[in-house]
Design a protein around this ligand. Sequence first.
Ligand SMILES: [Zn+2]
Ligand SMILES: [Zn+2]
Length: 261
Amino acid sequence: MHLQVLSSGSRGNATLLRAAHTTLIVDAGLTLRELDERFEAARFSPNSIDHVLVTHGHLDHARSAGALAKRERALLHSAAALQSNASIRRCKNLNTLTVGAAQRLPGRRGDDGVSASSVLLPHDALPTLAFKIEHDGRCAVILTDMGMPRSDVARALRGAHVLVLEFNHDPQMLQNGPYTPALKRRILGNAGHLSNAQAATMLEELAGEELHTLVLAHLSEKNNTRELALEFARAALSRRGMDHVRVLIAEQDAVGENIQV
Ligand SMILES: [Zn+2]
Ligand SMILES: [Zn+2]
């Protein structure tokens, strides 16, 4: 299985996962035109998308999910509460995800596909999910948009070979930055986003022996720096004796490396 982040951040999120005969995309938060540009940059033809999974209803994740699934005749998966969402409703080929349970997403040629399980996250769009995708003994976890660290979430998502984890902000930069007081409170709150230190706490609990690549995701362009996020991630891995783990940063404006899970 391969994982490639196509876009990450508050202006749009999308991650491509390609297994032997099954292709899925987690979130489609860019416009269709922008997504097509990213597909082209990734040398990927979107008509091979079998499944579109949506983490939550915020536009930077759900914007084109319905339209993309409809155009590519893919099956759209979301939590039940999200199926009235205007973007999701554009696709009639809908599957309801059972939160907390693993579900088989079939492949194209009778192949047994991939397994996807979802976990509920504290965030101010209800519900918000993280995904654990498994294929052929390999595991990828995508966890963004989380308000505070939670041990039960970490336990449920352990075992990733590749982990995409939100490192959203530095609280000091946020406090001193240009956002309105209300937006600052929202981001800092328990249903907002993970600070670098909170993400590091999650990382320490999530990281197991099998982890080989960590992707820092959903970095704030105004309230974080790549250096700070990297520093916190590296320190957390070091505390776990895992300095060998490769650390990448997901970009807002460019497709990332196509990572072998
Ligand atoms: Zn987001
Ligand atoms: Zn969100």
